[in-house]
Design a protein around this ligand. Structure first.
Ligand code: PGA
Ligand code: ZN
Length: 411
């Protein structure tokens, strides 16, 4: 039984305020913090109500605690329903999706703790057997880096040949280091600066960054015997110009029509043997997403982040349209653990690969590591370097230690 709910204002990795929830039951305790995005999808729920985190602390805390104190922490579906009722809108604009998600996660963590179980065990029911592959961020551009960085937001890698989580994390870090050395050779203004997700933020074109990323993957694969492959988060909604109907690559000085964008991405997939491409097409274009998926979906994950925003209804439209074959799962895009779970289940039932993900503004909260394991997501996207990123990766090391005969997920 929930005895107390506390909300507090804390600071995220960009220095912005966010909300953390504490939930206390008579024999359990849970704490969770909400992250925040810089390149958010238009269809995400609202992060905070008017008045921001301060409003949440002043008014919303009392509203929520007066409703959920006395409820059973393990009845997470009911708790999530109550959060929606308190809010009363369809996008959490009254209490904030970040408030809801922090309370939802803290509640389920309190329930797990009252059973003396780690969260992944409590949520997963049976003992899980596999660990997700970490998709790590190597080079940052777009909204996560400065003006001279590439237009493409994230240059990522995934160590598909790793046989355990430590090897996987180490492989990503090896590539991260190798990429730094390579950037220094090409960009003589480079000071070692990083972007919001811990990838390097260099003065490079997309093409230069792709070459560096690709050759670093080849070298580390050869040297260590662990195959590591490149991927991208294009975050193309950020540079889609609706009026001109063009993808405007400012850093490159190039604009591409929808058809040209599809061809460009398909070409990158083959030239650089990309394992993964996220948001290669802007968030409202299911048709072009479907076209690219038809072309390249047999050899590359075509992933929707801004496209689906962890929303089961939007995902259902995407499935209908054959748009993509993978999706990003960010609980604060939708606001509750129950809705997050429902979206993952719908994805799995339709062979869409779910990828549990951090956001660019993070805290040291490690909850998503547990969600990825509990819900059997084969991939977790949570950076490669920096305290708020390794908080999740190090938690996976601890979780792997507890599993019986753990293996890496099936990709
Ligand atoms: P965001 O970006 O957290 O800034 O929205 C991350 C992403 O696009 O994957
Ligand atoms: Zn994204």
């Amino acid at each position: 039984v929930i005895e107390d709910v506390r909300l507090r204002k804390i600071i995220d990795s960009r220095g912005n305020p966010t909300v953390e929830a504490d939930v206390l039951t008579w024999n359990g305790f849970g704490r969770a913090a909400a992250p925040s995005g810089a390149s958010t999808g238009v269809n995400e729920v609202a992060s905070f109500p008017d008045g921001g985190v301060d409003r949440v602390i002043e008014d919303i805390e009392d509203l929520i605690s007066s409703e959920i104190i006395g409820m059973e922490a393990e009845d997470i579906r009911e708790i999530d329903n109550v959060l929606k009722e308190i809010d009363g809108t369809d996008n959490f604009s009254n209490i904030g999706g970040n408030t809801a998600v922090a309370v939802s996660m803290a509640t389920v963590k309190a329930a797990a703790s009252s059973y003396n179980l780690p969260l992944y065990r409590f949520l997963g029911g049976a003992m899980p057997t596999s660990i997700p592959f970490p998709l790590g961020n190597m080079i940052n551009g777009g909204a996560h880096a400065g003006v001279n960085a590439p237009d493409i937001q994230e240059f990522l890698v995934i160590p598909v040949g790793a046989s355990n989580i430590t090897e996987a994390i180490t492989t990503n870090i090896n590539v991260h280091r190798r990429i730094k050395e390579k950037i220094q050779k090409v960009d003589d203004t480079f000071t070692g600066g990083k972007g919001d997700e811990g990838g390097w933020a260099p003065n490079l074109t997309n093409q230069q960054a792709l070459e560096i990323q690709f050759s670093a993957c080849e070298e580390i694969s050869d040297e260590t015997g662990v195959l590591v492959r490149p991927g991208l988060d294009v975050a193309s909604s950020e540079f889609w110009n609706e009026e001109e109907q063009q993808y405007v690559y400012e850093r490159e000085g190039v604009s591409r029509s929808v058809g040209e964008q599809i061809d460009y991405i398909a070409d990158l997939i083959d030239t650089y043997k990309l394992f993964y491409v996220e948001d290669p097409i802007q968030e409202n274009d299911f048709v072009a997403f479907a076209e690219l998926t038809a072309k390249c979906g047999d050899r590359c994950l075509i992933c929707g982040d801004d496209l689906f925003v962890t929303n089961a209804e939007i995902l259902a439209e995407g499935i209908e349209a054959n748009a993509g074959n993978s999706l990003i799962i960010k609980p604060n895009q939708i606001g509750t653990l129950t809705d997050t779970y429902n979206t993952i289940e719908l994805a799995k039932a339709n062979q869409y690969v779910p990828i549990v993900s951090h956001r660019s503004g993070e805290t040291t909260d490690e909850t998503i590591a547990h969600l990825a394991v509990a819900f059997n997501a084969p991939i977790i996207k949570t950076g490669a370097a920096g305290g708020e990123r390794i908080a999740k990766l190090n938690e996976l090391i601890r979780i792997e230690e507890e599993l019986v005969n753990p293996k890496m997920a099936d990709l």
